[in-house]
Design a protein around this ligand. Sequence first.
Ligand code: MN
Length: 754
Amino acid sequence: MDEIQLKEMQDEEMINNAFQELLDSYLATKHRKKIEIITKAFNFAKQAHKGVKRRSGEPYIMHPIAVAKIVCTEIGLGSTSICSALLHDVVEDTDYTVEDISNIFGPKIAQIVDGLTKISGGIFGDRASAQAENFKKLLLTMSDDIRVILIKIADRLHNMRTLGSMLPNKQYKIAGETLYIYAPLANRLGLNKIKTELEDLSFRYEHPEEYEQIEKKLAATQQERDSLFQEFTDPIRKELDKMGLQYEIKARIKSPYSIWTKMQTKHISFEEIYDILAVRIIFKPKDNQQELNECFNIYVSISKIYKPHPDRLRDWVSHPKANGYQALHVTLMSNRGQWIEVQIRSKRMDDVAEQGFAAHWKYKEGGGSEDEGELEKWLHTIKEILDDPQPDAMDLLDTIKLNLFASEIFVFTPKGEIKTMPQNSTALDFAFSIHTFLGSHCIGAKVNHKLVPLSHRLQSGDQVEILTSKAQRIQPSWVNFVSTAKAKAKILAIIKREQRIAQKEGEEILNEFFQKEDIEQTSINTEKLFRLHRMNTKEELLLALGQKTLVLGEEDRNVLKEKSNSTNWKKYLFPFGGSGNKQNKGKKIPEENKEEQKADENSIDRKKPIKLTEEAIQKNYIIADCCKPIPGDDVLGYIDDKNRIIIHKRQCPVAAKLKSSHGNRILAANWDTHKTLFFPVNILVKGIDNIGVLNQITQVISQQLNVNIHKLTIESNDGIFDGKIQLYVHDVNDVKTICNNLKKINEVKSVSRI
Ligand code: MN
């Protein structure tokens, strides 16, 4: 037997073992045992992908098997979803069609596979112009059958778990997209565990060093946490035993990604994060009807042992989160003087928290269908948003994303009906949530019987009455303070409609002007006009004319009547050195063509990380203005429209969007050593205000370290100071040295780069 045959046999065995494992875990679930159809789907997919390998060298079929396993064990779905997962890449990657699948496996599975095929290019295609369509497709298929998105999330999870074998630039695209949309989606669907894993995996690829540091610190402090956990939970166990409960107590350790996010947003160090450990009590209710009461009974008995924090009782038991999450959260003071959060949940609530909506189906007979109603409502909102024409996919995405991450408050209508709203909702959001007419004519509100403006932020428990006026019209500025997707989408749609009407009026005004002045109406003449008023498009000009913010007059006449061979007007034409493309009418070159041309022209090797050397700065690459990375930061490159490479921090919000929308223009980038150039950084110093402390700070920076301070602002308040120092450094190591030296000053309590 030769080597190839041997390899084939080994592969065959690996495949069969993996499938057997899938079957075993399926048989262990409560679902009906539809082994036959699953085996048929497996054999079909295996034969269809025959001979194809993944980048890692594994046979391709290993991927669908792994996805099906996630769908079964981690999301808890049944045979239809398992079959669809096994078949999810067949239509995309082989000659089989959706009809073939339908003929063999029936219409339901075919429909799900079709949905998965439609969104197979990622949420966004490789080209910016394909985004809108793909994203809409995703949302539409999702609202058709939620299983499509659940399987898609499983697919993404497996791709993230095996991301190591991809090219670095692809890694950033996939990791970025995961963090931008898949993790929020998983969160919205209640797949907590998967959400956390997706975030951690993305974090690990984008910031490998920070990830490793946090892991190390977590490992180093593990023992301490273990002993705290034991000491803290011992008296609790005794109490729960006395109550005769069946329960389990678990330690919940904060994930590296959330630790890192907290460090970044609060400008604190690992050591300053106090809630790394939380405690979970999972009990089996004696009586399912009494589940809620039992949560509160446990709360009462353990708060006899430890003092509860008065402001930190979170009751997600009587008011579940929109993603179905239920639990009672309390924060107790441990004997070591540390606040510890305790989460009290029944076994059912715990399953829902880990597996999301799929777990609801498992408990269907025991109630809880109310939360499926919440999901239905959310999907309905998404459908409504899709009904409004919105050409810009990224706007649409931002709008939808608003709805994914928000936590909720509860407010009451004047009649006492309860409504769930995202946190930070304003009176105007509330108005739109009830009816578009109410929103678009809202002039203010009464909150708890007091008059408030429409931008007023609502609090849980508020009673809200909306005041309207027929004369009221939507204002563009409203977009700035609403926070729900629905309100935002409605406002934008109405503004757009009004703009279209104004542009039509503007067009008439322009036509009249040309006629009156007896000037030929050509696209060049129109362009002369909008350039004269420092505008970029004809549409802007029409809008300004229609809204009467611009009236054509003397100057316009002169510009148009200058002889066209005189070059005088040309200074208005292309002030930014653009190309002289005068085809405003006629056919437009579609965006994607332009992009493809550029991609061909450029000689950048996208597969290799670019080296950011000191000599080549400004020539080969440009530092992004938004996040201003310095040498040593985790960065990536983005090839912009002018074929320049812009260097962003990997966690920069602008880069996050680019990763999702223009993944094929992302480059991996590494820093070379930088020793001559200086880069600006901001450092935040906090501490106790003492005579001479400012002097010490400046001394450390300028004398010991010989770095120039560019700007220093210090605010002092009741003996505490808050200082912001801007200075110029070579790289991240300089910043670390400065921070470490500043920390040595007695009065200084925290130092961080912002
Ligand atoms: Mn796949």
